[in-house]
Design a protein around this ligand. Structure first.
Ligand SMILES: *Cc1c(COP(=O)(O)O)cnc(C)c1O
Length: 359
C-alpha cells in the first residue's frame, strides 16, 4: 500500500513548481472605488470606441497578422521616431518582460534588480531558473547606481520604480548601462508617460538596452493587453525568435486594431495623462495635510505612509468603506500604501474617508 502510493506520487517530483505573482483584487462590486491596481480611471480614446464599433466580425475567422507587420507597429514607429524593426509588440508588457527574461538572461550569472520593485521580476526569474540578487534601495527609496556596477547576468528595473513612483534620471540610467555593456539592461517604463523622461533615445546608442512600455496605464487599455519593447534591431530579432517559438499569435486582432487608434490620438493621450498628473499634484498636498509622507512620485500612483496610523489599519478601514488600495505585508514597506490616482471625485471620497480614519 505504502509503496504503491509513493509510485503514484512520483510525477509530482518532476513538476515545475512556481509561486505565482499575486495581482491586486478585481472586486465584483462595481461601486468600489478601485485605487489598487494602477488602472487609468478614464476611458480609452473615443477613436478606440469608434474603431470597436466598426470592427469586421468576419475578420475574426482568420489568424491575426504578425504583430511586427501590423499598422500598430507602424503607428508606434512613427510616434517614437524609430524603425519598425526596433519594436516588439506583446500581450501586455508582462508578456514582453517575461519573454525578455527568457531570451536575454541566459548567462547563468545572477541578474540584478532592486529589493523593492515590481513583484513579478522574482517570479519570472524563478520560473525560468534565472539566478538573481536584489540591491537595496537607499533610505529615500532611490536606486544606488553603484550597486549595479559589479559583474552580473543582466539588469532590470522599472523607471519610475513601482510601487514607489521614484524616478531615476536619464543620466543615472546611462551610467548603469555604461557599466553593463556586456549584458542586457531592461528598463520597464510602465509609468513613464506621467511626467518622467524616457530612456528611449539611449537605445540608439546602446544596442544592449531594452525599453519596455505598455498601453495598460497611460492609454487606459489594461483590459486589451498591449505592451511593447523598443531597442536595437538585434535585440528585437532575438526576442521575436523566442516569441515565435512559444506562440506565434499572442496578440489578438482586436487589440492590434484598437491599439492603432489609441496611438494615433495623441491629443487625447496628452490630455488624459495631464489630468492624472494634475490630480496627483493635488493629492500630494492632500496627503501631506492628512499627515502622510511619501517619496516624490512620477507614476499614476503614490506610495504613502502615515506618521501615526499603521498602513494595515488604514488599508482595512478603507476597504470597509469600499475604497481599495494596495498593501504589502513585506519588510521595509509594510507601513506603506500604494494608492492609484483616480478621478478627482474618487480622490475626494478617499480624502474624506482618510480624514475619519486618521483625523
Ligand atoms: C503594470 C505594470 C506592468 C505590466 O503591465 P501590463 O498590463 O502587462 O502591460 C509592468 N511593469 C510594471 C512595473 C507595472 O507596474
Amino acid at each position: 500500500m505504502r509503496k504503491g502510493m509513493d509510485i503514484h506520487m512520483k510525477w509530482e517530483e518532476n513538476v515545475r513548481k512556481v509561486v505565482p505573482y499575486v495581482p491586486g483584487e478585481q472586486p465584483e462590486n462595481k461601486t468600489v472605488i478601485k485605487l489598487n491596481t494602477n488602472e487609468n480611471p478614464y476611458p480609452p480614446s473615443p477613436k478606440v470606441k469608434d474603431a470597436m464599433a466598426g470592427m469586421e466580425l468576419d475578420r475574426m475567422r482568420l489568424y491575426p497578422a504578425f504583430p511586427e507587420q501590423t499598422e500598430l507597429a507602424e503607428a508606434l514607429a512613427l510616434k517614437y521616431q524609430i524603425d519598425k524593426e526596433q519594436i516588439f509588440i506583446g500581450d501586455g508588457s508582462d508578456d514582453v518582460l517575461s519573454l525578455a527574461f527568457m531570451t536575454f538572461f541566459q548567462s547563468g550569472k545572477p541578474i540584478l534588480f532592486p529589493d523593492i520593485t515590481y513583484s513579478f521580476y522574482d517570479v519570472w526569474a524563478d520560473l525560468y531558473r534565472v539566478p538573481y540578487e536584489t540591491r537595496a534601495l537607499d533610505e529615500h527609496f532611490c536606486i544606488r547606481v553603484e550597486d549595479y556596477m559589479q559583474p552580473n547576468g543582466g539588469v532590470v528595473f522599472p523607471n519610475p520604480n513601482a510601487p514607489t513612483g521614484v524616478l531615476l534620471g536619464r543620466g543615472e540610467v546611462e551610467r548603469i548601462i555604461e557599466a553593463n555593456r556586456d549584458v542586457v539592461v531592461i528598463v520597464d517604463e510602465a509609468y513613464i508617460d506621467f511626467g518622467g523622461t524616457s530612456c528611449l533615445p539611449l537605445t540608439q546608442k546602446y544596442d544592449n538596452l531594452l525599453v519596455v512600455q505598455t498601453f495598460s496605464k497611460s492609454r487606459s487599455m489594461a483590459g486589451m493587453r498591449i505592451g511593447y519593447a523598443m531597442g536595437s534591431r538585434k535585440l528585437i530579432k532575438y526576442i521575436n525568435d523566442v516569441k515565435y517559438s512559444v506562440n506565434s499569435y499572442t496578440m489578438n486582432y482586436a487589440a492590434l486594431q484598437l491599439g492603432v487608434e489609441a496611438v494615433k490620438d495623441e491629443a487625447y493621450f496628452q490630455e488624459s495623462c495631464g489630468k492624472i498628473m494634475r490630480t496627483r499634484e493635488r493629492a500630494k498636498k492632500e496627503f501631506t495635510r492628512l499627515g502622510f509622507t511619501f517619496p516624490e512620485s512620477y507614476g499614476n500612483f503614490m506610495f504613502v505612509s502615515h506618521d501615526r496610523v499603521p498602513a494595515r489599519e488604514i488599508f482595512e478601514r478603507l476597504r470597509e468603506n469600499d475604497i481599495y488600495v494596495r498593501y504589502w505585508n513585506k519588510e521595509r514597506i509594510d507601513n506603506y500604501l500604494r494608492v492609484t490616482i483616480g478621478t478627482d471625485e474618487q480622490m475626494e471620497a478617499l480624502y474624506r474617508a482618510l480624514e475619519k480614519i486618521c483625523g
